[in-house]
Design a protein around this ligand. Structure first.
Ligand code: SF4
Length: 457
């Protein structure tokens, strides 16, 4: 049978969809790039904001109509719309859905297919794949055929769930408390991706710095990064990243490990969310604006050329214009390399939804969002302009509209035109144009296609 997975939301959902695809491949099913040709259809959902939840229901309605056309189709829904508790209300609301899967839990789909004998009849050329499949260890992942040798960058969850309790956040309710994966499982995951051509892995967690905190005498994130780095050296993985950090759990040990190990990229993703201490307190973030400022100074002091990415919510209940201007001011001062902006959206059962009034109007949220967006565009235009004429190293991910697309160690987007196949290669390119969100480049005159310059020792 053929399957198709729609993935909405965050990188954790991308990794969860990859795990589901791997389980379906294990059963002998094949990915199709055409949803109309799919016998098994799954939407992996996000509910972090109302707009994301609306999108999930829109996708489900489209799947319902496709099932009406072909009733034998199997429909599955996964992710944060389902959550970790029994989705009884969803079963009643979505009677045409066959399988409900909690975030990161493909098991119910595997069970559903096995109980109905939907395990593909293996034909001759499938025999190797069966042997391959049977040699798999826990943690191994099978990429769909169309991704093998094609997928350059992949995500590897290391901590599931979150035990923090930010008042605006639905994630702990839908993904449960934090649970670290074992080092062995993570290593097997990274090795299996590397053997299918992946050149960059990003370790994921809602608070990735809390890796191992729930394992008695367990390794911490810095220890895990060191292990993954040596696996990367062995298996030819060129770059390792990790996200998302939290100011309260970002340790000097983690920063020094990033500064020391060459395949760990100089990029730190640490949300600030707001610039006013009273708002931060009501968000229950657990730090002040000044503590965040000092953390940024420390990160920049320890990791040369580091890029710092952050998240900001505008229009949190009760946020006055003056308090918003403090967010504006600290972003203007710190000049961070990326700001993921969001407008506050009350989520079911969160503390802010139950106890606070969503009193900032949508127009005002929009205006604040646009002000920060304009500020960030100015900051990035200036910081990218520094690269004009410079030669930077890019890991090439794919080709778009005839141009190769890749990223610098700081995760800046670069496009260049060149003959030949550069996918999955590290290449030195000369920056010829810069904008706030991306840069254009060309191969330096010396660069001949058949000898790409690998800069990592
Ligand atoms: S740290 Fe806060 S915002 Fe992040 S996932 Fe946990 S509860 Fe949500």
């Amino acid at each position: 049978m053929h399957y198709y997975i729609w993935t909405l939301g965050c990188q954790m959902n991308t990794a969860d969809s990859q795990r589901l695809a791997s389980e379906l491949e294990r059963l002998g099913h094949r990915a199709t790039l055409d949803p109309d040709a799919a016998d098994i259809m799954v939407v992996n959902t996000c509910v972090v904001r109302q707009s994301a939840e609306d999108k999930a229901y829109g996708r489900l309605e489209a799947m319902r109509q496709l099932k009406e056309k072909q009733p034998s189709r199997i429909i599955g829904v996964m992710g944060c719309l389902v959550g970790v508790r029994d989705p009884l209300h969803l079963r009643q609301k979505l009677p045409y859905v066959d399988v409900f899967m909690a975030p990161s839990e493909p098991g119910p789909m595997v069970q559903f297919l096995q109980e109905r004998g939907y395990e593909a009849e293996w034909v001759a050329e499938e025999a190797d794949r069966r042997r391959q499949r049977d040699a798999l260890q826990d943690g191994d992942i099978i990429l769909p055929v169309h991704e093998q040798g094609q997928l350059v960058s992949a995500h590897v969850p290391v901590v599931y769930g979150c035990s923090h309790a930010c008042t605006f956040c639905i994630i702990p309710f839908r993904r449960g408390v934090e649970r670290s994966r074992s080092v062995g499982e993570i290593v097997a995951h990274v090795r299996s991706l590397a053997r299918q051509g992946v050149k960059e892995v990003t370790l994921l967690g809602q608070i990735v710095d809390r890796y191992g905190k729930d394992i008695p005498d367990g390794p911490d994130l810095a220890d895990l990064l060191r292990v993954v780095h040596s696996v990367a050296e062995e298996e030819g993985v060129l770059r390792v990243r990790f996200l998302t950090s939290h100011p309260n759990w970002m340790s000097e040990k983690i920063l020094r490990t990033v500064a020391e190990l060459p395949r760990l990229m100089p990029q730190i993703e640490v949300p600030i969310q707001a610039g006013d201490d009273e708002v931060l307190a009501r968000m229950r973030r657990g730090y002040t604006a000044d503590q965040y400022r000092r953390l940024v100074e420390k990160i920049r002091a320890i990791i040369p050329n580091v890029a710092i990415h952050t998240d900001v919510i505008v229009g949190f209940p009760g946020e006055t214009h003056e308090q918003f201007l403090k967010t504006y001011a600290i972003l203007e001062e710190l000049r961070l390399d990326k700001v993921h902006l969001a407008r506050y959206s009350p989520r079911p059962n969160t503390v802010s939804e139950r106890r606070m009034v969503d009193d900032v109007s949508e127009d005002e949220k929009k205006a604040r969002h646009e002000m920060l967006e304009a500020l960030q565009a100015e900051i990035l235009a200036q910081s990218n302009r520094r690269h004009l004429g410079q030669v930077v190293e890019v890991l090439v991910e794919d080709q778009q509209k005839g141009k190769w697309r890749g990223r610098t160690p700081q995760n800046k987007l670069v496009f260049f035109e060149a003959e030949g196949d550069w996918r999955g290669q590290l290449v030195q390119v000369e920056i010829t144009w810069t904008g706030p969100w991306s840069m254009q480049a060309r191969l330096p005159q010396t660069e001949r296609h058949d000898t790409p310059l690998l800069s990592i020792s």
